[in-house]
Write a protein that binds this ligand. Structure first.
Ligand SMILES: Cc1cc2nc3c(=O)[nH]c(=O)nc-3n(C[C@H](O)[C@H](O)[C@H](O)COP(=O)(O)OP(=O)(O)OC[C@H]3O[C@@H](n4cnc5c(N)ncnc54)[C@H](O)[C@@H]3O)c2cc1C
Length: 445
């Protein structure tokens, strides 16, 4: 461990390290940046901060669009704290250091014949960061990734370490699971894993109205399903995947064509089409035509394909019965405001869980994500969409842009007060707070 990092005293502002998130919209200048390799270091960082009267935040992969990971005190980057410590093949349980990236962990598990439960698109997010904000994939039976966790080791705001699970210190376990980094530092995580299998993914174009009419019927079995919505045009790209015994069987030429068509072809032609239809015509003739409508791949490869450009996102998780009306209102907003979103919105579905601050807490949910490039004036559209979502008791994704405060969020979470009292117990001096948690969780008193 580099002891120099623990020399007390405030660094000059211009000498401070800088940290920014992936999207580039959140920047901070922490007093000190740490890259621990051991749990002992995590404990020491907290104790040093306590002695100095400073605060501590953990940054995982920086894949949140909100200010949730920012710190003006100590910032802990967990990239190097990423080992797979144990794989219990009989029980299908993996114990991992919290800084493991989802992609890296999936690769490591794959080599041993296992995969993570469905986790969505954020491959470079860490397991600790993903569960701390309630990250979820999409499907009828799929609840948050955190709901698949069976045990945690947590470093508390007093510099102690607690082993917890549903059987042992349950309140601590549930609060720390999706705790926005405000209820302790997750040190190690034990998560349920599945036998390795490829995914067979199919894509089809469908009208948004048709999708909304048939959403319940389309959502069946163990499929993962999500849809990209062209709100201005009224169409959706519906994407479903399921586990399969098949293996990837495409030749390199088909793969390359598919890759180019997916990443460059469609978006470029669409964007060019809006400005100059004749250029779009020519591009359309040169570029590979349509991407494939069916692929067999590993989950990581499918996620890579969907990662897309740098952008900002707002996501709201609603009771599923309101999805149709909410989307109709958002579509109406987009049309009336003559907004031309350069990126499609996304519609997802999820199953309920029982984690106090999970957006999916006891909710058969649909979630609606609106997206914009960082250079676009996103705020007016996001604010307007948020107004609609609040009419349906929508819960904002903790890791994405939103404008709510603890006063407006509290009524949305039935176990809010219970979470706060466990948080107070775990972090009596508010060492894990930052401006974002002050806004959305309230200042600890
Ligand atoms: C390209 C992309 C794709 C995405 N896809 C999805 C998706 O499919 N589904 C979805 O729901 N979301 C998705 N997201 C959002 C993303 O999953 C979350 O924002 C997630 O929190 C990012 O994890 P991270 O490791 O980058 O954490 P960060 O953004 O670095 O941190 C998030 C929070 O976790 C806390 N934290 C991190 N590590 C620890 C730890 N060890 N102990 C305690 N707290 C910790 C931080 O303090 C912070 O509060 C996506 C984001 C991007 C940029």
């Amino acid at each position: 461990m580099d002891l120099l990092r623990f020399v007390p005293g405030r660094a000059r502002d211009d000498a401070r390290p800088r940290w920014r998130n992936w999207a580039g919209n959140q920047v901070c200048a922490p007093l000190r940046l740490h890259r621990p390799l051991t749990e002992v270091e995590l404990v020491l960082i907290v104790r040093t901060a306590l002695a100095e009267g400073e605060r501590v935040r953990v940054a995982g992969g920086g894949r949140s669009y909100s200010g949730v990971a920012l710190s003006d005190g100590h910032l802990v980057e967990t990239h190097g704290y990423d080992a797979l410590l144990d794989l219990n093949v009989t029980r299908g349980l993996a114990t991992v250091q919290a800084g493991a990236s989802l992609r890296g962990l999936e690769d490591e598990l794959w080599r041993r014949g296992f995969v993570l439960p469905p986790w969505g698109d954020a491959g470079e997010a860490t397991l600790g960061g993903a569960i701390s904000t309630g990250t979820h994939a999409s499907g009828l039976h799929i609840s948050s990734l955190a709901s698949q966790v069976t045990a945690l080791r947590v470093v508390t705001g007093t510099g102690d370490v607690i082993d917890c699970s549903p059987e042992r210190d349950r309140e601590v376990f549930e609060a720390a699971l999706t705790g926005l980094g405000a209820a302790g530092i997750l040190s190690t995580i034990t998560i349920q894993v599945q036998r390795a299998a490829h995914l067979q993914q199919r894509e089809e174009q469908i009208d948004i109205t048709d999708l909304l009419d048939r959403q319940q019927a389309l959502l069946h079995g163990d499929d993962q399903m999500e849809a990209e919505l062209d709100l201005a045009g009224g169409t959706a790209l519906l994407r479903r995947s399921r586990r399969t015994d098949r293996v990837p069987d495409l030749g390199w030429h088909d793969r390359l064509n598919d890759e180019v068509a997916t990443r460059v072809g469609r978006t470029s032609v669409e964007r060019a089409g809006r400005v100059a239809p004749s250029i779009a015509d020519r591009l359309g003739r040169v570029l590979p035509h349509e991407p494939l409508t069916e692929r067999v791949e590993r989950a990581t490869h499918l996620a890579e394909r969907r990662e897309g450009p740098r952008r900002l996102e707002m996501e709201y998780v609603l009771p599923r019965q309101h999805a149709r009306e909410a989307i109709e209102r958002v579509t109406d907003l987009v049309r009336r405001g003559n907004w031309q979103p350069s990126l499609p919105a996304v519609l997802r579905w999820s199953a309920p869980d029982t984690i106090p601050l999970s957006m999916g807490y006891r909710r058969e949910a649909a979630s609606i994500t609106v997206r914009a490039r960082p250079s676009e004036p996103f705020q007016p559209l996001f604010e307007a969409v948020e107004t609609v979502m609040r009419d349906y008791e929508g819960r904002p994704h903790w890791g994405k842009v939103h404008f709510q405060t603890h006063e407006t969020l509290r009524p949305l979470y039935p176990r809010w007060d219970e979470f706060q009292s466990t948080r107070r117990r775990l972090d009596p001096r508010g060492v894990f707070a930052n401006a974002y948690t002050d806004r959305v969780l309230g200042v600890l008193r």
